[in-house]
Ligand binder design. Structure first.
Ligand code: SIN
Ligand code: CO
Length: 379
């Protein structure tokens, strides 16, 4: 939780997607949510994305996980940093770090990457395509922030890392535990650990590229088309040069393409599915035996709280008479009390009393897909 002095509306107005800003300890009570040893343990697990970057005499080197515990013990004097992706899905305290940032919609949030570095460790000067909040968890880190970069910014030749060739910092800060640096997409930054046991939490966002939107939506539209839906020209008249693709033909073809893609409702349905596709579907909470209506009624009667799978993505869009709920790419049309339940689930609120009928059918579907579980179940 942030102190009341942190004003999300003012932050969005003045800095979000505009300029970097250092926010000195905005937390009511900052507590480092994961220990270095637990992070190293995660980096040894299959299905967890982890990287190790060492600063050697020859420059920075990168190794991809999973690692063996003995590898950490064998690391020499060279500064190094371990980076572990999506720790929010594995450590509830890191997952809770996302909650205060939900003044940005869930579909824009990616994951929390956690880094651990020894003195002098870091990933080198670079820029990212996404917004990020860099929260100092433990120890100290010097951050230097540079100018806005783009595709034309020169990079160093490196097989694995996109490092800036000429990094000219503009700002220079030392972050202490709880301090937070916001970096919009494209701004150069370089963080170097000051002393050992330096941990940084990157709350990362995402934004689809135009290419991803066009490609995904067009592929979805194409799936729904039939071969007989084809160009026709019953009004064809002789033309002077048979080599010309006449403007009338071009107009008709261009309209064919645009008409097929101009479907706002269909687009919304596709986007809901696309935006809720889980990035790491390995966190499987689906029950060995599917729940039935009676078991659900019993748990609801007992008042057992429901938990959302941290790997599952929930979102909804409003439609005539209700909402479409999207969970992990699946769409559920919801009206009346089911729509209210869907909205509560998306907000992360306790659902309250769930009446029999469609609302319970929705809960059953989400429990059996593993997007929800009763708290206390062994997942
Ligand atoms: C780090 O935690 O060392 C790197 C985070 C970043 O620069 O994006
Ligand atoms: Co970065």
């Amino acid at each position: 939780m942030f102190k009341p002095s942190f004003d999300p509306a003012a932050f969005l107005r003045d800095y979000w997607q505009k300029k970097p800003v250092l926010i000195r300890n905005p937390w009511a009570h900052w507590v480092n949510p994961v220990e270095p040893g637990e992070l190293a343990g995660l980096a040894c697990e299959d299905g967890v994305e982890a990287r190790l970057i060492e600063r050697t005499e020859q420059g920075l080197t990168l190794e991809q996980g999973p690692f063996l515990e003995s590898q950490f013990a064998a690391l020499g004097q060279d500064p190094w940093t371990l980076l572990v992706q999506a720790v929010d899905q594995h450590v509830p305290g890191v997952g809770a770090l996302i909650d205060p940032f939900r003044f940005v919609p869930d579909w824009r949030i990616d994951d929390v990457m956690v880094s651990y570095a020894t003195d002098g460790g870091g990933v080198g000067p670079h820029f990212d395509q996404y917004d990020v909040f860099l929260i100092q968890g433990l120890g100290r880190r010097r951050w230097r922030v540079g100018p806005l970069c783009d595709e034309s910014t020169p990079l160093l030749p490196h097989e694995d890392l996109r490092l800036l060739a000429d990094f000219v910092p503009i700002d220079d800060f030392v972050l202490e535990p709880g301090d937070m640096l916001y970096i919009p997409p494209g701004y150069a930054h370089d963080g170097i650990a000051i002393g050992d046991d330096c941990m940084t939490y990157s709350v990362g966002f995402r934004a689809p590229s135009r290419g991803e939107v066009v490609e995904g939506w067009a592929a979805h539209v194409v799936d729904g088309l039939i071969e007989d839906d084809r160009y026709t020209d019953p009004d064809l008249a002789p033309q002077a040069n048979p080599g010309e693709i006449a403007p009338e033909a071009l107009d008709r073809l261009y309209a064919m393409a645009l008409e097929a893609l101009s479907d706002r409702q269909g687009f919304a349905q596709w986007l809901g599915s696309h935006a809720t596709m889980p990035k790491y579907p390995e966190t499987d909470w689906s029950p060995e035996q599917p729940f039935d209506a009676q078991e659900l009624a019993d748990e609801l009667e007992l008042g057992t709280p429901l938990a959302r799978n941290p790997a599952s993505r929930f979102a909804f869009i409003r439609i005539e008479g209700g909402v479409t709920l999207f969970v992990d790419g699946q769409a559920y049309e919801c009206t009346g009390p089911t729509a209210r339940l869907a909205e509560a689930l998306c907000a992360g609120d306790a659902p309250g009393p769930v009446p029999p009928g469609p609302p319970r059918e929705l809960l059953l579907a989400l429990l059996n897909s593993g997007a929800l579980a009763f708290d206390g179940d062994d997942e």
